[in-house]
Design a binder for this molecule. Sequence first.
Ligand code: DCP
Length: 218
Amino acid sequence: MSSPKKNKKKFTIAVEGNIGSGKSTVLSCLEKSPLCDVIPEPIESWTNHKGHNILAMFYDDPHRWAFVFETNALMTLAKLHTQLAKAPVKVMERSIHSARYCFIENLHRSNVLQDVEYQILDDYFEMLISNEACKLDLIIYLRATPKTCLERIRARNRPEETTIDLNYLTTLHRRHEEWLIPRAYGDTPSPPVLIVDANQNKERVYSDTNNHVINLIS
Ligand code: DCP
């Protein structure tokens, strides 16, 4: 039987940033560090949920599927928040927080999510966030211009994401900025946010992120 100490919540960092900002690349580098247990985004359960590609369904018909997609995103991400880590630092790609404050907020403001859908998702988020396991100790914000993100999305060419355009990335960028910049400058204290310039090449982005993590632990 594991001791209560082993089950203690580890210092938890979420790596956040727009679609295509380079989160997965940074995480695959951090994975090599013995200091970090990296929990990748559950994208497979979005592209193959018992045979359904909910990500593709969402981009094909956002008004029909946004609620389903975001409900499932909150659920699958919440499961990862409760996953225990062995290393001193648990690093997550995204979180229920960006689902709520970036994607759900953006879909509602652009009239894709109806008021009632938005309210249900908000209630669901509030229920999840009351669990201590869903709290973050730090957010690392990979801040890139929408144009850079679009170039990277086009280069990686995920089949579901061919309809993503600069307008969508610009509105999502605004949601990330509204959520994270006040925290980065201490106006909204919790959780604190560190900004990394994610327009740089991936080696620089990784080394800046890694330095933040090392400074935290040493
Ligand atoms: N997505 C969404 N709603 C969420 C989370 C993600 O619509 N709550 C979508 C946006 C993308 C896909 O899921 O089409 C994955 O997006 P992420 O930005 O989370 O992951 P990436 O792999 O695109 O990130 P990066 O390129 O930074 O590694």
